[in-house]
Write a protein that binds this ligand. Structure first.
Ligand code: URA
Length: 306
């Protein structure tokens, strides 16, 4: 009964709804607990059977888990745990026009982060992001693996080598683009970052994107796609189109960006390179996604991804 709602709660709910409406999310569903439990059980069975690599591998195993889980046909809005107050709180980088300085302020704000449990689960260091602070193209992965944790840079392991080849095939150099992850600390055993970890860390990613103001963001895999878009859908439904993307908490009319108004980015979803290493037959599909991006940015390919 809506009339029985406490006025503060009602106000908070109205604010929350306004926030989701701004993000373009209009439909809400209850989470299907049974599906989640079944998916976890299947993933566990796959890990035991050796289909999904166990704890020792050096890179996360995105998409394979995804492909193993039951397909859900509905696109479901994900309700983030971040508070509206967090979204509305002024950030140190606001009003700072130079993206190098602004990224530095975000990194300083992150500090020696202990906001989520990943800080005490074996991470060696925070992996903030790398690349051109004025990049037109940004890639977003899931979270650091062992190599990234050791070197402090995203995508430096085997998946990173493939990502480098993909970037090269697009006619770009790694230094031309910006690369970051949804979570900045390595999840133990390269497990998928959990919801609370993503919710805690992704505001920093959103702020990085808002500073860089790329033309296109490419979400590498379902975890990145779902966190950026706040929708829950299988890869097959996420790929093959552009989404209009404005990082959560940033508005096109934001008065802190008077120097360089930014209409937001186009967001494309493609397979995670770690998945492509396991199923190279999908490289052609990933290449189609990247060609769509290249066409939008106006890039001519140098060579095909290996
Ligand atoms: N996989 C990711 O998602 N990110 C990295 O940085 C490395 C591997």
């Amino acid at each position: 009964m809506p009339n029985a709602l406490d006025p503060d709660l009602r106000h908070a709910l109205a604010e929350r709804l306004r926030y989701y409406t701004e993000l373009g999310i209009y439909d809400f569903y209850r989470r299907d607990k049974m599906n989640a439990v079944q998916a976890d059980a299947q993933n566990e069975a796959a890990a035991i059977a050796g289909v999904v690599e166990a704890e020792t591998s050096s890179a996360p195993q995105p998409e394979l888990r995804e492909e193993m889980s039951p397909r859900r046909s509905a696109v479901v809005a994900i309700v983030r745990e971040e508070s509206i107050f967090e979204v509305l709180t002024p950030k140190p980088e606001q009003g700072v026009v130079d993206p190098v300085a602004a990224l530095k302020l975000i990194r300083e704000d992150l500090g020696d982060c202990t906001r989520c449990k990943l800080h005490k689960l074996g991470r060696k260091q925070i992996v903030f992001g790398v690349g051109n602070p004025r990049a037109e193209l940004m890639f977003v992965g899931e979270g650091p693996g062992a190599d990234e944790d050791a070197q402090g840079e995203p995508f430096v392991g085997r998946a990173g080598q493939l990502l480098n080849n993909m970037i090269k095939a697009m006619g770009l150099r790694r230094e031309d683009v910006y690369i970051a992850n949804v979570v900045k600390c390595r999840p133990p055993g390269n497990r998928t970052p959990e919801r609370d970890e993503c919710d805690t860390c992704s505001p920093f990613l959103m702020r990085q994107i808002a500073v860089i103001k790329p033309k296109v963001v490419v979400a590498l895999g379902a975890v990145a796609a779902r966190n950026l878009l706040a929708i829950n859908a299988p890869m097959a439904e996420l790929r093959g189109r552009f989404y209009d993307f404005m990082p959560a908490g940033v508005r096109s009319s934001d008065p802190s960006f008077p120097e360089k108004p930014w209409p937001g980015a186009k967001l494309a979803v493609t397979y995670h390179p770690a998945f492509l290493l396991r199923d190279p037959r999908q490289k052609g599909e990933a290449w189609k996604d990247l060609q769509m991006v290249m066409k939008y940015i106006g890039l001519k390919p140098l060579q095909k991804a290996e």
